[in-house]
Design a protein around this ligand. Structure first.
Ligand SMILES: Nc1nc2c(c(=O)[nH]1)N[C@H]1C(S)=C(S)[C@@H](COP(=O)(O)OP(=O)(O)OC[C@H]3O[C@@H](n4cnc5c(=O)[nH]c(N)nc54)[C@H](O)[C@@H]3O)O[C@H]1N2
Ligand SMILES: Nc1nc2c(c(=O)[nH]1)N[C@H]1C(S)=C(S)[C@@H](COP(=O)(O)OP(=O)(O)OC[C@H]3O[C@@H](n4cnc5c(=O)[nH]c(N)nc54)[C@H](O)[C@@H]3O)O[C@H]1N2
Ligand code: SF4
Ligand SMILES: [Mo]
Length: 736
């Protein structure tokens, strides 16, 4: 039997539509879905491997329990009993003794996003960590200060912009982040084709930089200073023009005063960007009919990540480009209400035990996770739960974390692989592969460059419990219900209370309605789809359960298997703002206060050699190296080194080099490249698969090295708790 299924690729933020040809219940072919209104047939080499991931013999099909130093398969009942028995004593004695880490794949799963919130609440620990603090937390913090409320970030309107300044992102390989758009490369080329301008700021001449109009090879870690000096030029040359935002911004004068000292001439030496270039950038952005300043990983995972994230949007605001077509704009997501209650962003509601670091949006910096496990004293973490994360490869000072995990009393992982992190787990609960799971993008619908919606049912029946049910059952266990906890009953309770809240909320379209009617209207769906239907129907485009008969429901979205395009982004200020003042608060006090630290840092001695990361098209963070078609060919885990530096070190192409930082050392082959700025070396991230006790038969043959053995968990961006993963001082030497 032959059939065709359509669904969204869950691997990266681009959300490409896939057309999947199935014969005899086996994937025969995966192509880009030409009829997807957003991706139009685009896909990358990773998207076509979802069938291989399902068929991977290393993928776990049954729960594993650690016994006599190795892992053995057990039945689900036994696994659940072991989980309850392992966690109960810690939960009973001190909930902070249980830590939780959730990783990147959760952001790509609506089921996980919906299930994790109550789960984390039920664990009730202060020790909640996620991949957010090795990623976008600086941007989240900066935006929360400026625009109020939770996760809300304007996205660059790349389809309409006349001028795009990209800092520390390489969408030719990554396909973009915090700016969901299938085929970033094509969209960048379209900017130039319509005579727009693309400028890339990156210590490496990446493929993105190569195809841009200009590339500025910045010294790592200095983007905050560069961006502030652009602000200073906008002010000193009288180029500030808030346009339509004039009535909606407070603090512009304060920003102008605070940025004044960061003139192009003062920052040129430390950033490596000539003063004349900086002035040109400021003038071009101000003069362009529309412009967007867009920073990502290289801009955020540095010591001044929050200042950099903030300064980028300050430029967007001061040039009138925030909230205008072609600038940076807010989505109107189908599953969120139109307005948000004003909420002042206040980090530090609790603090970490060992380093006294503040919480941000309910999580502690992952850079301090190992401290909480290793340092003795009351409240020390002794039990650990990971859900879809591989922090042994993805978080700083990874060698120390690996040691910390080995010393825990009890660990559970919800994960499809026995890998570098989960090998420490006492129990591994395997989840079905993507093709056996339904899909809707909660996070990336918020971050897309157009208003879009797409729901895809599971392509195949799951062969084991769904991840949603696993997480709900785990919630029951941490609530003390024991291994018998029934996920379906638990979920119905939680859905009923959500509906109850909705009908009691005067601002909701179902205020005053009978909750039984609402629940009945949701009855066409099961489980997480019911919660999703509720969100869509109560959302900005929803039918409000009859309040707007033309509005959307999940059934309506699902009736469009290729996805729905709800149109280009439209101006949303002031409606979208959730600050106390109701305005864009351009000069948050903690950010302005951090400028003194930046000033001092600019004057400190520069390291001679620093390390940055890189991503490649055929890798996905730490976990796709077990797919043979994605790792064949020339080995990609190399030390990229400029020939000028290599000559001084006596290193040649292919030689083995030893790279040493304050916290660790790795040895890997050199690839000489003029692409990288002298004084900077680059190692791709997500490799390092040579660890014992894993079940990764392909990845372990070409393991590469773990660059996070070199990154240090000490320095962080204090405003967001984000780790510093770029600009790491290192020494490079020929291996002896
Ligand atoms: N040096 C350096 N470090 C970095 C970065 C960098 O640029 N440089 N980037 C950072 C960034 S941006 C990120 S997002 C983080 C990522 O950090 P993590 O989230 O810790 O790492 P991933 O590789 O995404 O982890 C994926 C894990 O989830 C499992 N998995 C895959 N699919 C599923 C699923 O459907 N359900 C479940 N439960 N598990 C699943 C995989 O087997 C794997 O164990 O790394 C960060 N670390
Ligand atoms: N193929 C592939 N795609 C992915 C991923 C993947 O692992 N592989 N991961 C996904 C995830 S989780 C994320 S968050 C996104 C990330 O997407 P991107 O932000 O595009 O990430 P990178 O490709 O790592 O690009 C970071 C760039 O920053 C540069 N850089 C380093 N330090 C500095 C600095 O101090 N200043 C400046 N200006 N630049 C600097 C690096 O040289 C690099 O080119 O990609 C997503 N997409
Ligand atoms: S670009 Fe991203 S979403 Fe698109 S096919 Fe590749 S991995 Fe999947
Ligand atoms: Mo990420």
């Amino acid at each position: 039997m032959k059939r065709t299924a359509y669904r969204t690729c869950p691997l990266c933020e681009a959300t490409c539509g896939l057309e999947i040809t199935i014969e005899d219940e086996q994937v025969k072919l995966i192509r880009g879905d030409q009829a997807d209104p957003f991706s139009g047939g685009f896909l990358c080499p990773k998207g076509s491997t979802l069938g291989r991931l399902r068929d991977d013999p290393d993928r776990l099909r049954a729960p594993l329990i650690k016994r006599d130093g190795g892992h053995v398969e057990v039945a689900w009942e036994e696994a659940w009993e072991a989980v309850a028995a392992g966690l109960d004593p810690y939960l009973a004695a001190d909930r902070n003794a249980v830590a939780v880490y959730v990783g990147n794949p959760n952001a790509h799963s609506f089921q996980n996003s919906l299930a994790l919130r109550p789960f984390i609440k039920a664990v009730g620990t202060r020790n909640f960590f996620s991949a957010s603090t090795v990623d976008q937390m600086p941007r989240q913090v900066a935006c929360a200060y400026m625009f109020g409320g939770g996760l809300i970030t304007p996205v660059p309107d790349i389809d309409r912009t006349d001028y795009l300044l990209i800092l520390g992102a390489n969408p030719y390989e990554s396909n973009g982040s915090l700016a969901t758009a299938p085929d970033w490369p094509g969209r960048l080329e379209a900017i130039r084709a319509r005579r727009g301008t693309v400028v890339v700021v990156d210590p490496r001449r990446t493929k993105t930089a190569e195809t841009a109009d200009r590339h500025l090879a910045i010294k790592p870690g200095t983007d905050a200073a560069l961006l502030l000096s652009i602000v200073s030029v906008l002010v000193s040359e009288d180029l500030v023009d808030l346009g339509r935002l004039d009535d909606h911004v407070v603090g512009a004068e304060q920003v102008a005063a605070a940025a004044a000292r960061f003139t192009p001439e003062t920052v040129a030496g430390r950033t490596g960007i000539a003063a004349i270039e900086i002035r040109r950038l400021a003038r071009e952005i101000a003069a362009a009919p529309s412009a967007a300043v867009y920073g990502r990983i290289g801009n955020h995972t540095v010591e001044f990540g929050t200042v950099a994230a903030w300064a980028a949007d300050v430029i967007n605001v001061l040039t009138g480009n925030l909230d205008r077509p072609g600038g940076v704009m807010f989505t109107r997501p189908i599953h969120q209400p139109t307005t948000r209650a004003p909420r002042r962003f206040q980090p530090g509601r609790w603090r970490s035990r060992v380093r006294d670091l503040p919480e941000f949006f309910g999580e502690l910096p992952v850079a301090t996770m190992a401290d909480e496990m290793l340092v003795e004293g009351e409240g020390r973490v002794r039990a650990f739960i990971t859900v879809g994360g591989n922090p042994v490869l993805t978080t700083p000072h990874a060698g120390r974390l690996d040691e910390a995990l080995a010393g825990l009393d009890f660990m559970v992982s919800v994960d499809p692989y026995l890998n570098e992190t989960t090998r420490h787990a006492d129990v591994i609960l395997p989840v079905p592969p993507a093709l056996e799971t339904s899909h809707f993008d909660l996070a990336f619908t918020i971050l897309a460059i157009r208003n879009v919606a797409k729901y895809s049912p599971a392509v195949f029946e799951p062969s084991g419990p769904s991840e949603f049910d696993i997480l709900v059952k785990l919630t029951g266990i941490v609530m003390g219900m024991g291994p018998e906890a029934d996920p379906a009953a638990l979920f119905q309770m939680s859905l009923a209370s959500q509906v109850q809240r909705a009908v009691s909320d005067p601002g909701s379209p179902v205020h005053g309605r009978d909750p039984a009617d609402i629940l009945e209207a949701l009855a066409d769906w099961e489980g997480p789809e019911q919660a999703l239907d509720l969100m869509i129907r109560m959302g900005a485009w929803g039918d409000g359960f009859g309040a707007d008969p033309d509005g959307w429901t999940l059934a309506e979205v699902a009736a469009h298997p290729h996805g729905v395009d709800l149109g280009a982004l439209e101006p949303r200020v002031p409606e979208v703002l959730a600050t106390e003042s109701g305005k864009i608060e351009l000069a948050p006090e903690p950010v302005i206060a951090d400028l003194d630290r930046l000033w001092g840092w600019l004057e400190a001695p520069e390291p001679e050699m620093v390390l940055v990361g890189r991503r490649e098209l055929r890798s996905n963070n730490s976990w796709l190296h077990n797919v043979s078609v994605l790792v064949k060919g020339k080995h990609r885990c190399t030390l990229e080194l400029n020939p000028q530096d290599a000559a001084g070190l006596g290193l040649d192409d292919g030689n083995l080099a030893t790279v040493t930082s304050k916290v660790g050392s790795v040895e890997l082959p050199v690839s000489l490249s003029e692409r990288i700025r002298p004084g900077v070396v680059s190692i791709p991230y997500g490799w390092g698969h040579a660890m014992p006790g894993t079940q990764l038969s392909v990845a372990s043959q070409r393991p590469g090295v773990n660059t996070n053995l070199l990154t240090d968990s000490g320095p962080i961006d204090p405003l967001s708790g984000n780790a510093v993963l770029n600009g790491i001082p290192v020494e490079v030497a020929a291996s002896s």
